[in-house]
Design a protein around this ligand. Structure first.
Ligand code: E4P
Length: 220
């Protein structure tokens, strides 16, 4: 399973990258807003230079011509750029054109398996089902991941399933068990994946015993 960090904050991206397990980055307009007063294209370039992996940059147009114009501007910024396109009718048309033009895409805001099927048929490189936002409205985000993985395998679609809107480690575990290709998550969730209190307690005891051993041992 690939791990992407879901942020536009350069410090957070550096931190995730320094862990040595980062495979890419996803951004969106809300995350860009949080990043502050930065130039969008320059900021995406900076992110791409930090990470050896795919970096999603989202279009903000909602009509076909506008989406394509933005996609054609975003894609040449860096070889790592993947253009994020919303799952709306004009977005689907744009996915198809992007695929024909060799522009890689991440189809975002997916909330149903029928949407995911359409995105794959249109040639999206990634599909982003939003688990947390479905859970928030008492729906089951993980069931959606399961359905999409099954449908894509059944028909041999190359579109990668990118589990998005991840809120906690169990989302990652369940998505991994189902076979999602990628999980994108905030830095805090990546850090939680690593943490276990028994590891900390065990290490503390080992180190205390080692100190006692050293204090008691006869040095030659
Ligand atoms: C995915 O690419 C999105 O940026 C993200 O996962 C959305 O997550 P949220 O629901 O926590 O905003």
């Amino acid at each position: 399973m690939k791990f992407f960090v879901d942020t536009a904050d350069l410090e957070e991206i550096r931190e995730a990258e320094s862990m040595g397990i980062l495979d890419g980055v996803t951004t969106n307009p809300s995350l860009m807003r949080k990043a502050g007063n930065v130039n969008f294209h320059e900021h995406i370039y900076r992110i791409c230079e930090l990470v050896d992996g795919d970096v999603s940059a989202e279009v903000t147009a909602v009509d076909y011509a506008g989406i394509m114009e933005q996609a054609r501007q975003l894609a040449p910024i860096h070889k790592n750029v993947v253009v994020k396109v919303p799952l709306i009718p004009d977005g689907v048309k744009a996915l198809k054109t992007c695929s024909e033009e060799g522009i890689r895409t991440n189809c975002t805001l997916c909330f149903s398996s029928t949407q995911a099927l359409i995105a794959a048929k249109a040639g999206a490189n990634y599909i982003s089902p939003f688990i947390g936002r479905l859970d928030d409205i008492s729906s089951n985000g993980m069931e959606l991941i399961e359905q999409i993985v099954r449908i894509y395998r059944q028909y041999g679609f190359a579109t990668e399933v990118l589990a998005a809107s991840i809120r906690h480690p169990m989302h990652v575990v369940e998505a991994a068990l189902i076979g999602a290709d990628v999980a994108t998550m905030p830095l805090g969730v990546i850090e939680k994946l690593l943490h276990h209190p028994l590891t900390d307690i065990g290490l503390e005891r080992f180190l205390a015993d080692w100190r006692a051993y050293e204090a008691a041992s006869v040095t030659p």
